[in-house]
Ligand binder design. Structure first.
Ligand SMILES: C[S@@+](CC[C@H](N)C(=O)[O-])C[C@H]1O[C@@H](n2cnc3c(N)ncnc32)[C@H](O)[C@@H]1O
Length: 246
């Protein structure tokens, strides 16, 4: 697999656009990434899937909440307390307004598990997973959505690595490791080296020729062993943090 030196969207822009007609994003929030997916790929259909429901944080923490700074970070990002349904209703309404003129954007106010079986097998060219970040939920998303991917398609996971100062309850790295150990017909293709990294997975049965050509000629990649993706961690020095394979 390749380690990509650059932002997530810089890396994802190397995915050949003509290969991507139907996209599903699982976990939409305010639609920031959805806007990028729409403008970069101009897909025939972009399915946006999110229940927009408040989280019972005393029960099942979703984001890092163990400090006042952690709570403030989340409230700033989501636009209000995460236990309040009003916060999520506002996020849903603003997302709906944002895409009201885009006929190819289909908003589904449903959870991942609730809607997955309404999609045919091998019907999605790109599946972007950025929903519940716990180990169990990410693994579940990978297992329930993988059959929906076309042969040459891509599953992308957001937050595959995160800032050293936050979110220890994320389980994406561990879930991907378990998934790849079980689903050996999938391989990691590339991951960007910023905080909150994206990881691109693809099927081994596809050559992924165009994507690989684009990545290699970008001059921004280093090839690393596939097995390394479960071995890196975030290092920190003062206010700096970075992904380290050492
Ligand atoms: C980090 S935000 C998504 C950010 C968005 N992908 C972006 O980059 O702009 C996570 C979202 O996942 C949603 N979510 C949580 N559990 C979910 C589930 N089971 N199915 C779908 N979405 C879920 C939350 O409501 C929240 O809006």
């Amino acid at each position: 697999m390749f380690a990509y030196i650059g932002s997530r969207h810089d890396m994802l822009a190397h995915i050949p656009k003509e290969q991507v007609n139907t996209i599903a994003e699982i976990g939409v929030c305010k639609g920031e990434n959805a806007e990028w997916l729409l403008s970069n790929f101009t897909p025939g259909n972009l399915h946006l899937i999110d229940p927009w429901i408040a989280y019972p944080f005393d029960n099942v923490p979703f984001y890092y909440l163990d400090s006042p700074a952690g709570i403030k970070f989340n409230e700033d990002y989501f636009g209000g307390p995460l236990a309040d349904q009003a916060t999520f209703d506002a996020l849903h309404d603003s997302t709906q307004a944002k895409f009201s003129d885009a006929k190819n954007v289909l908003i589904h106010r449903r959870s991942s598990r609730d809607i997955v079986n309404e999609f045919d097998d091998q019907s999605l060219d790109l599946i972007y997973i950025d929903a519940d970040h716990s180990y169990e939920a990410v693994l579940d998303d990978l297992f329930i959505w993988e059959s929906k991917l076309t042969n040459d398609g891509y599953i992308i996971l957001n937050d595959h690595a995160i800032n050293a100062s936050g979110t220890p309850k994320f389980g994406i790295v561990q879930a991907v490791t378990t998934f790849l150990r079980n689903k050996t017909h999938f391989a990691p293709i590339a991951m960007n080296l910023n905080n909150y990294a994206d990881l691109i997975l693809g099927k081994r049965s596809s050559a992924h020729t165009e994507l690989l050509k684009n990545l290699v000629t970008s001059g921004k990649i280093i090839e690393v062993p596939d097995s390394i993706i479960s071995n890196y961690h975030v290092r920190k020095s003062g206010s700096l943090s970075w992904l380290s394979f050492c």
